[in-house]
Design a binder for this molecule. Structure first.
Ligand SMILES: CC(C)(COP(=O)(O)OP(=O)(O)OC[C@H]1O[C@@H](n2cnc3c(N)ncnc32)[C@H](O)[C@@H]1OP(=O)(O)O)[C@@H](O)C(=O)NCCC(=O)NCCS
Length: 179
C-alpha cells in the first residue's frame, strides 16, 4: 500500500479538490451518468465554488483531502444531513478517490475519519446518497454496514438521476467495526 494521510482541507486545496472530484466522476461514472454531463463538468468553475465554500467562516461543512505520496488523490465532505428532521443525523456529502487510490483501504479510512469528526460534532447517526447505478460504491457502503432505506432522485445541472440512501443508525458502531 502507498503511504497516505487524511487531513482537513485548507483554502489552498481548492484546485486539487475540484480536480479530484471531477476527474473521479470521469473515471468512475462512465455508463452511470450521461456523457453529456461528464463533458460539461468544469474544473476551474468548481475550484471557484470550493474556494468560496472553504473561505466561508460560517460554513459547517467539514472538508477533507487524502494525500498519497504528497499528491492529493481523494476528497470528502460531510456535515448535517440536508433533508433529515433529526439534527443528530450527519451526512457524507461527497467521497471521491482517483482510480490510483482505490482498493487500498483509503476509502474506509476517509469514511471513518468523517464519521469520527461528525461524532465529535454531536451527530449520532449518518446517511449518504449514492447513484442507484453506482454498484461499486454501493458494495463499499454495504461492506461498511450501511442500510439501504430509500430511493430518490439526484438533480444536477438539469439532469435527474435515480439515487438511493444508505443509513448508519449508530456512528459509534460503524467506528467500532471499521476504524
Ligand atoms: C467508493 C470508494 C470511496 C471506496 O473506497 P476504496 O478505497 O476503493 O475502498 P476500500 O479499499 O477502503 O474498501 C473497503 C472495503 O470495501 C470493499 N469494497 C470497496 N469497493 C468495493 C467494490 N467495488 N466491490 C466490493 N467490495 C468493495 C473492499 O473490498 C474492502 O473490504 P475488505 O476490508 O473486506 O477488503 C472509492 O472506490 C471511490 O472513490 N470510487 C469512485 C467515486 C465514487 O463512486 N464515490 C462514491 C460516491 S457516492
Amino acid at each position: 500500500m502507498e503511504f497516505f494521510t487524511v487531513r482537513r482541507a485548507k483554502l489552498k486545496d481548492a484546485a486539487d479538490i475540484a480536480r479530484v472530484r471531477i476527474t473521479a466522476w470521469r473515471q468512475s461514472y462512465g455508463g452511470i451518468v450521461p456523457d453529456e454531463l461528464l463533458k460539461k463538468l468544469n474544473i476551474e468553475a468548481d475550484k471557484l465554488r470550493v474556494e468560496a465554500a472553504l473561505a466561508d467562516a460560517a460554513s459547517k461543512t467539514l472538508r477533507f483531502v487524502v494525500e498519497t505520496d504528497g499528491k492529493i488523490t481523494g476528497m470528502g465532505a460531510c456535515g448535517r444531513a440536508r433533508e433529515a428532521a433529526d439534527d443528530k443525523r450527519g451526512e457524507i456529502y461527497a467521497i471521491y478517490l482517483l482510480d490510483e487510490a482505490k482498493g487500498q483501504g483509503i476509502g474506509r479510512n476517509l469514511m471513518c475519519e468523517m464519521a469520527e469528526q461528525l461524532a465529535a460534532n454531536g451527530y449520532t447517526s449518518l446517511q449518504l446518497n449514492v447513484l442507484e447505478r453506482n454498484a461499486p460504491a454501493r458494495r463499499f457502503y454495504e461492506k461498511l454496514g450501511g442500510k439501504l432505506v430509500k430511493t430518490g432522485v439526484f438533480k444536477y445541472d438539469g439532469f435527474e438521476l435515480p439515487d438511493v440512501t444508505y443509513v448508519w443508525e449508530d456512528i459509534g458502531r460503524l467506528l467500532k467495526a471499521h476504524a
